[in-house]
Design a protein. Structure first.
Length: 428
């Protein structure tokens, strides 16, 4: 596949034009679709006037093709990653990751979906006709200046709180409509926002079924009436529209952590009634990692210091007291071992910032939060996890197949860009 990171423009607000960035287009990028076991290659050209990278979020790939801040694509250059897909069916995504530029470039529109299929996802009787009963929902919020330009991070408050928008976009459009068949429909929901945590539901409070976490299908569907996704997290859900009112439709609601509520989009069903099928009760097998297999525990303290700590340039955002430094390896892990990573959010009471911890290369499992088993909606493969103020979340992770240097960081992109990131190296 050929990709071009490019500048463009789009009209989001009536009468204005917004300068944007996209892959092969003005905003967002094409959906990549591959099958487990398949070879993937791409030719990515950077036509921007600044460096970029393309990171495969959630993919298990050799370190040199990870697309993190170590794999810079200078202006005018091409990058040609090549790797084999070695993981189950999942909804993953790709986005830029250059040091200090991730937030701004994602905000401008650089992001796309990366879907993996496998025998299980193809065999299961679940909606899978892309564009008919299987749709991506990339949810992002934006702020604009009067002239239509994006109002990206303006000051230290934006860095500390993350840039939170007052316009809600789904797949790059504000309040879109979608006509869906009168049956079960699958949505691949991506929280592609820079720093927002979303609670997603339907205005009529209809229940729906979650079938996948970040890294793939769950063992069994989980019934929900709302879905909580922090920045960078994904979920696949099945919604039954058999009873959809053709005219009124169903409204998707998205609520930000600060309480702001958006009528994000509307689903109408103008077509005929369809055959109804039951959702399978057994989805995929998951190989659960055992605590007793872990060779050690590491602790990661995510800290947001107060405004008075001399933090221009993001001095207050650290993991284990350190800011990201490309020249420093923070953790060295041994290939083929399993570890427990204990993630502590010790932001002070005044700031009370949630964080969204993300690890490159691996899919992990959540052991517990403050000692409690996570809710069923998190029982599965995860690469990003919400850690609320004061919380301690323990994850278990196995480092397999590849050696090399990868990142871990807060997926609130303003936090990441301002130091809340570290590097781990997998060695033999
Ligand atoms: Cu989605 Cu290191 O990123
Ligand atoms: Cu990632
Ligand atoms: Cu954070």
């Amino acid at each position: 596949m050929r990709f071009k990171a490019q500048r463009g423009s789009r009209s989001f607000l009536p009468g204005t034009t917004t300068p944007t960035m996209g892959y092969n287009g003005d905003f967002l990028g094409p959906t990549i679709r591959v099958k487990n076991g398949q070879q993937f290659h791409a030719d990515i050209e950077n036509t921007l006037d600044e460096p970029t990278t393309v990171h495969w979020h959630g993919l298990h790939v050799p370190a040199k093709w990870d697309g993190g801040p170590r794999q810079v694509i200078p202006t005018g250059a091409h990058w040609k990653p090549e790797f084999t897909i070695r993981q189950p069916a999942a909804t993953l995504w790709y986005h830029p990751h250059a040091m200090g530029l991730t937030g701004e470039q994602v905000y401008n529109g650089l992001a796309g979906l990366f879907i993996i299929d496998d025998e299980v996802s193809e065999r299961l009787n679940i909606p899978k006709q892309y564009g008919r009963d299987d749709f991506p929902l990339i949810i992002q919020d934006r702020r604009f200046f009067q002239d239509g330009h994006f109002a990206y991070a303006q000051n230290m408050m934006d860095v500390m709180n993350g840039v939170i928008g007052n316009h809600l976009l789904v797949n790059g459009a504000e309040k879109p409509f979608l006509d869906v068949p009168r049956e079960k429909v699958r949505f691949r929901v991506v929280n592609g926002s820079n720093s927002s945590i979303y609670r997603i539901s339907f205005a009529d409070e209809r229940p729906f079924f979650q079938i996948a976490t970040d890294g793939g299908l769950m063992e069994k569907p989980v019934t929900l009436t709302s879905l909580l996704l922090s920045a960078g997290e994904r979920a696949e859900i099945i919604v039954d529209f058999a009873d959809n009112n053709p005219a009124a439709g169903v409204t998707l609601l998205v609520k930000q952590f600060n309480g702001q509520l958006f009528e994000a989009m509307r689903f109408t069903s103008t077509g005929p009634a369809e055959n109804q099928t039951d959702l399978p009760q057994d989805l995929a097998a998951i190989n659960w990692l055992k605590e007793s297999d872990a060779v050690r525990t590491r602790t990661f303290v995510m800290k947001t210091m107060g405004m008075d700590m001399g933090m221009m340039g993001g001095g207050g955002l650290t993991i284990n007291g350190k800011h990201m430094d490309l020249k420093r390896i923070d953790e060295t892990v041994k290939l083929g071992t399993t570890e427990i990573w204990e993630i502590r959010n010790s932001s002070d009471m005044m700031m009370g910032m949630p964080h969204s911890m993300h690890l490159h290369d691996v899919q992990f499992q959540i052991l517990d939060r403050n000692g409690q088993t996570p809710e069923p909606r998190e029982w599965g493969h995860k690469d990003t996890v919400l850690v609320m103020p004061g919380e301690v979340t323990r994850i278990i992770v196995r480092f397999a197949d590849y050696t090399g240097i990868y990142m871990y960081h807060c997926h609130l992109l303003e936090h990441e860009d301002n130091g809340m990131m570290g590097q781990f190296e997998i060695i033999r």
